[in-house]
Design a protein around this ligand. Structure first.
Ligand SMILES: C[S@@+](CC[C@H](N)C(=O)[O-])C[C@H]1O[C@@H](n2cnc3c(N)ncnc32)[C@H](O)[C@@H]1O
Length: 444
């Protein structure tokens, strides 16, 4: 085997993709090497490497230290999340899974044990905790463990302070009940909800450390949504076997809406509930009777809970994002188009479509979509950033600088630890660093 220095760049990338699969389970087929290179570009600054190529070489020469792997994970993972995302899944927990659990455990004093695997910055487990809080027929106790491989995301989750973007799908009555506005425009989550979730770092590729959180077969519900889409088919099977071991008998696994149709794991039976597929350990077939809801809070019925604007477009965007993250460009494009049919004044689907166009090597079309996104929302930082990157790749340095400059101006208005919309979970501070690094590399 030649040394990494002597390898063809594409061979190096293939080798890096293999290592990343082994370290984190993250799957980078050739169709996603563009994303991998972008991630290396972003990570180079944090590693103090002069370029993405230098970082790739460093990662391939010997075994990286654990702290470097931890740092690398923060750059490779996509942390996009928000409160009450894929709301239908949460409604299925409320309407079916909790009543099912109560019917089997009422009065036995056992807590309901939930594991949210791949929780990112915490919005998902906290949403669930709000949902279970104040239930008319409450469960006797809930233990909620939330894990992720991204240490920075977990720190933000524990901090419990969220920006508007995270709350974009939150019914207003829940917002006023559980969040305190802060002077800087963000929102602090109530201490009771914050205290109801315990966070820990855990790599699903090896599952090491799960034993710290109780014996095998002790979780009643596992949520792992919008995580498996980043793994290879073999890794998905391996991770689902981990879930199978962790689930109590008749326990439930929920995965993301774009992930469920492709999932097939021995010992986890697909069950249709509330219009989606969930998976039950050792259950055969469909539940005979729908279970009776026990008066959990309704996400839509409170008088002041105005539906989020353009919710259909938001859901279609969700699907588009999910397929784009799996490099399934045809489906991603179709969902972008659906979102645009629902609401063509929403800048987000234009932005997502630009991502699809860029990934499928149509920079002109990407630019057209970015222009539309920015016409609708000039301070759309992720769009300015993407526009700058594309212009740079086309050799248009001045145009690139202009877009980077606009992104930087908008970033300067944000608290450094606030997540920037549509960047996969990058904070404003991190994005400024990345911009500086890229701009430093652009010849005058
Ligand atoms: C797109 S977010 C999903 C967040 C949330 N579940 C949701 O649906 O909104 C994907 C999360 O999976 C995490 N992740 C990716 N690979 C992982 C691994 N090997 N072990 C644990 N978490 C991982 C990422 O760090 C990221 O926070």
């Amino acid at each position: 085997m030649p040394s990494p220095q002597a390898m063809e760049p594409s061979f190096r990338l293939a080798m890096l993709a293999e290592r990343i699969d082994a370290w984190f389970g993250l799957h980078y087929p050739p169709a996603r090497w563009g994303d991998l290179l972008r991630a290396m570009n972003n990570a180079a600054a944090a590693f103090g490497a002069p370029s993405a190529e230098a970082l790739v070489l460093r990662l391939l020469s010997g075994d990286p230290e654990p702290r470097h792997l931890e740092m690398l994970a923060t750059h490779l993972t996509i942390g996009e999340t928000y409160f009450f995302r894929e709301r239908v899944g949460l409604e299925v927990i409320r309407d079916f899974l909790v009543p099912d659990w109560l019917a089997r455990h009422r009065g036995d004093g056992r807590p309901l044990r939930i594991w949210c695997a791949g929780c990112s910055t915490g919005e998902e487990p906290y949403s669930l905790s709000m949902l279970l809080d104040g239930a008319a027929n409450p469960v006797s106790g809930v233990e909620c463990l939330a894990t992720d491989i991204n240490k920075d995301a977990l720190d933000r989750a524990r901090g419990g302070v969220f920006g508007d973007w995270s709350l974009r799908n939150t019914p207003s009555w829940l917002k006023s009940r559980y969040f305190q506005p802060l002077p800087d425009g963000r929102f602090a989550l109530s201490p009771a909800i914050r205290g109801s979730v315990s966070f820990d770092i855990l790599n699903l590729a090896d599952g090491a450390g799960l034993e710290r959180h109780g014996p095998a077969a002790s979780f009643d519900i596992i949520l792992c949504r919008n995580v498996l889409m980043y793994f290879s088919a073999e890794r998905i099977t391996q991770v689902c076997q981990l879930f199978h071991r962790a689930l109590a008998d008749k326990g439930w696994l929920l995965v993301g809406l774009t992930e469920a149709p492709n999932l097939s794991v021995p010992g986890l039976e697909p069950v249709q509930l509330g219009g989606i597929t969930v998976f039950r350990k050792t259950c055969v077939g469909v539940l005979a009777e729908p279970l009776v809801p026990v008066g959990m809070p309704d996400l839509s019925d409170a008088p002041d809970s105005a539906p989020p604007p353009c919710s259909e477009a938001v859901d279609a965007c969700e699907m588009a994002r999910g397929f784009a993250d799996q490099a399934r460009w045809v489906e991603a494009r179709e969902w972008c188009e659906t979102a645009l049919r629902n609401d063509k004044l929403n800048p987000v689907p234009h932005f997502l479509l630009a991502h699809v166009e860029e990934a499928t090597h149509r920079p002109d079309m990407a630019i057209r979509s970015l222009r539309r996104a920015l016409y609708l929302y000039p301070d759309f930082i992720a769009a300015q950033f993407a526009f700058g990157r594309i212009e740079l790749a086309l050799g248009k340095r001045e145009a690139a600088r202009r877009h980077f400059g606009r992104a930087r101006d908008a970033l300067a208005q944000m608290p450094p630890d606030e997540i920037v919309a549509e960047t996969g979970g990058l904070t404003a501070g991190r994005l400024i660093q990345i911009l500086c690094h890229i701009e430093d590399g652009v010849p005058a």
